[in-house]
Design a protein around this ligand. Sequence first.
Ligand code: MG
Length: 221
Amino acid sequence: MMKRIRCNGSGEEILVGKIFCLGKNYAAHAKEMESEVPEEPVVFLKPSTAIIRDGDEIKIPRMSHEVHHEVELVVAIGKEGKNIRASDSAGYVLGYAIGLDMTMRDVQNEAKKQGHPWTVAKGFDTSAPVSDIIPAAKINNPRDLTISCKVNGVIRQKSSTRNMIFSIDTIIEYISSIFTLERGDLIFTGTPEGVSRIVAGDTIEAELVGYTTISHRVVQA
Ligand code: MG
């Protein structure tokens, strides 16, 4: 069944299209990964089947012994566009959500070493927990939103979107220069520092502070 997420306020259910994700969009996270800060956005895709919603279980694939949480601001696209200028990008944003880019770090590290794609490490079932969409009109300033992630009640990640290397406007301009954006596409805008391993039995909470929270139990697949 195609994945849908709900838009707060209207209650409309939006069909999820393409899921774009940014790699290395916070300098402190690039540093903890022992990576350079990129000169252009690093973009990868997850399939829409990776989506789960608040309360659903995160399932750790058997092939991995090191699954990490990456809390990220998610931008939901509201209308079709190609070659969108940064200055026009706000008109294409339906709203914002909190999400987790769940990552098999051991599988990703091996893929990096081999020069292979990240699809398996990043796109497995349940790898994209996401909240309902908060309409853009209800968000004060997307350039300064606090995002955080707790595991078993303990804060592991907390940062502001002001620490992004590439702004939301720049990301939309860049992605839409290559891919047609459509209503229901999601953009995971990258994670700040503090990523860490989770295991079966853990509970992860991700928060867009002041707006919405999602909570997920972790189980073995
Ligand atoms: Mg990420």
